[in-house]
Design a protein around this ligand. Structure first.
Ligand SMILES: [Zn+2]
Length: 241
């Protein structure tokens, strides 16, 4: 709990400074997403219940100001949200980024929409990213026929061409993804977090299959080749004079 000072904008020509308790401070900067305790700068009461506070990020390479919305409760102010909110970049393993750059790009755009509370379109974005991931995986890694995969529906690609583990999670991801695009929602008890978890699992199993194939390929290359024979060292000869 901290004390903040604020000015009132809900009263004309009031130049007094007020003090009030703030029960929770921002725990990160919404612009650079680093965990920290930002510096309190000032606050302005807009309405009897709402105050906006200005904070400064304490990271040198960011250092921006941001606003936090405070709501007056029974025991002082409670911080509700901070903005402008910038999305965190979601990184994937190199092999996934190389396999499907568009999956990474679309996934991050969906994440950006979600960060901006555009949940209705974020879900569709995640569903689209999954389609690019699976089709790129089948064409580039599994070497399936490009035209066949491009023209097939996502569910056909999953059912016909994927191995058991990927199939199980990818299929469920599309069920939830379809809920994000269709008028009627089938999976009422699931949400966008479940969809993201299933996409993460699909990425995990694909990545595992790619890693496995890489090791098998690399280590089979030496099959049949004779391994270097270690020469037994002969004892040093003693030259007699
Ligand atoms: Zn920052």
């Amino acid at each position: 709990m901290r004390t903040i000072t604020y000015e009132r904008l809900d009263i004309d020509n009031d130049e007094n400074i007020y003090k009030e308790r703030l029960n929770n401070f921002p725990e990160s900067c919404p612009r650079c997403n680093t965990v920290q305790e930002p510096k309190f700068i000032n606050a302005y009461k807009l309405t009897p219940l709402i105050t906006e506070a200005i904070f400064k990020c304490n990271k040198k390479d960011c250092g921006h100001l941001f606003l936090s919305e405070l709501i007056y409760g029974l025991d002082g102010y409670i911080l509700m949200k901070s903005y402008p909110k910038y999305p965190e970049t979601i990184e994937f393993k190199d092999e996934i980024s190389k396999l499907s750059p568009l999956f990474v790009e679309i996934y991050n755009q969906a994440n950006e929409a979600e960060t901006l509370n555009l949940n209705r379109v974020a879900g569709m974005g995640y569903r689209k990213s999954l389609e690019f991931l699976i089709k790129d995986y089948l064409i580039k890694f599994k070497h399936e026929d490009e035209d066949t995969i491009k023209n097939a529906s996502l569910s056909t690609c999953i059912k016909k061409h994927l191995s058991a583990n990927i199939k199980q999670v990818a299929e469920r991801a599309t069920w939830l993804g379809n809920d994000e695009t269709h008028y009627h929602r089938v999976w009422e008890d699931r949400d966008i977090e479940d969809l993201k978890t299933l996409i993460d699992l699909s990425v995990y199993w694909m990545s595992s299959e790619m890693d496995t194939a890489k090791y098998i390929s690399e280590m089979e290359n030496r099959k049949g080749k004779s391994s270097p024979i270690k020469q037994k060292k002969s004892p040093p000869t003693i030259q007699q004079s």
